[in-house]
Design a binder for this molecule. Structure first.
Ligand SMILES: Nc1ncnc2c1ncn2[C@@H]1O[C@H](COP(=O)(O)OP(=O)(O)OP(=O)(O)O)[C@@H](O)[C@H]1O
Length: 304
């Protein structure tokens, strides 16, 4: 049974429709990503799942419960990392965790959690003195202190440097390995690709597609490109005769061949038969970026 079910969610702010029609399910133990450009409706969707906003239409079930009606029960089972975590400047890491631990019936031991998050040395450091990466890790710790079944993480690594981002990704993989189901909001393609078992691509308040990163890429992956330099003179008609080849371009010594199916195999076999070696052989396939563009009509980093 899915742990989160969102069915035909609709939410507007006055006359502005933030979420027009969103449906997805999250299975136990998976990392499910909501990927979309700024303003696509990601935060509004997860805030409805968290019970922080009242939907104008549709149905949401979390662990079989209603996020608003059963808010008190769900609070102990769902850990939430808010998009902007601001704590009082003078509170220490230890105090924040001890305070949050009192909100839950069965909290994790905070010392262990700090060690897992690489924050042990900051236990007595005030919030204002933490680096951006440390503040981010603390906000994840606060989402996990209640020992939740589900963690909802919004813009996990925004504002972090590349190393802190990679450390945070490794941390999320650890959390997933402990069996926590993770709903992750992101507008970073690399983050979605690295962490998510499945992704819902959101565009203008609607789901454009749902699938694993590989499934999303395969929807646009009919065309492939192979580039190489032949080791000896090559008659390009040999290649155009192959059923897998749809086009050939020549720039100086380099050939660029486009096609589909088992293009690479067909090409290398044809070249081998002519005793031609393809030098600097490269196969280029569609990426998740290409899939996003094909699905939504715009690049992920394009302004709204
Ligand atoms: N409280 C609000 N009042 C009015 N409009 C809002 C409110 N919150 C969000 N919106 C608008 O609703 C739309 C969806 O916003 P939402 O924050 O859900 O998108 P998002 O995909 O999470 O974007 P971001 O990555 O920028 O947070 C946007 O056009 C936004 O301006």
């Amino acid at each position: 049974m899915p742990v989160i079910e969102v069915d035909s969610l609709h939410k507007r702010y006055r006359e502005h429709i933030a979420v027009a029609e969103v449906s997805f399910t999250v299975e136990r133990g998976e990392v499910f990503g909501i990927l979309g450009r700024n303003g696509a409706g990601k935060t509004t969707t997860v805030e409805c799942v968290e019970g922080l906003r009242r939907p104008d239409g549709g149905r949401i079930s979390v662990l079989g419960l209603d996020p608003r009606r059963d808010a008190a029960t769900l609070r102990a089972k769902v850990g939430v990392q808010l998009q902007e975590c601001r704590l009082p400047d003078r509170i220490t890491v230890r105090e924040a965790l001890q305070l949050y631990a009192t909100f839950y019936p069965d909290p994790l031991p905070w010392r262990q959690l700090l060690a897992d998050l690489g924050l042990s040395r900051q236990a007595n450091t005030r919030f204002e003195k933490l680096s951006g990466g440390q503040q981010q890790r603390l906000s994840i710790a606060l989402a996990l202190i209640g020992n939740p079944e589900i963690a909802i993480l919004d813009e996990l690594t925004t504002g972090l440097d590349p190393q802190a981002r990679k450390d945070t990704w490794a941390l999320i993989e650890d959390i997933r390995d402990r069996g926590v189901t993770i709903l992750l909001v992101t507008h970073f393609m690399a983050e979605a690709e690295r962490l998510c078992d499945r992704i819902a691509v959101l565009e203008a308040g609607r789901v454009a597609a749902i699938g694993s990163p590989a499934e999303l890429v395969s929807t646009v992956d009919s065309a492939q490109t192979v580039r190489f330099r032949p080791s000896a003179a090559l008659d390009s008609r040999l290649l155009t005769a192959l059923p897998e080849v749809t086009g050939i371009r020549r720039d100086g010594a380099e050939f660029t061949v486009t096609g589909h199916g088992n293009l690479l195999h067909a090409l290398t076999s044809a070249l081998a038969a002519q005793q031609v070696i393809p030098i600097d052989l490269r196969l280029e396939r569609a990426t998740l970026d290409d899939a996003f563009l094909a699905l939504t009509g715009r690049r992920l980093d394009e302004a709204a």
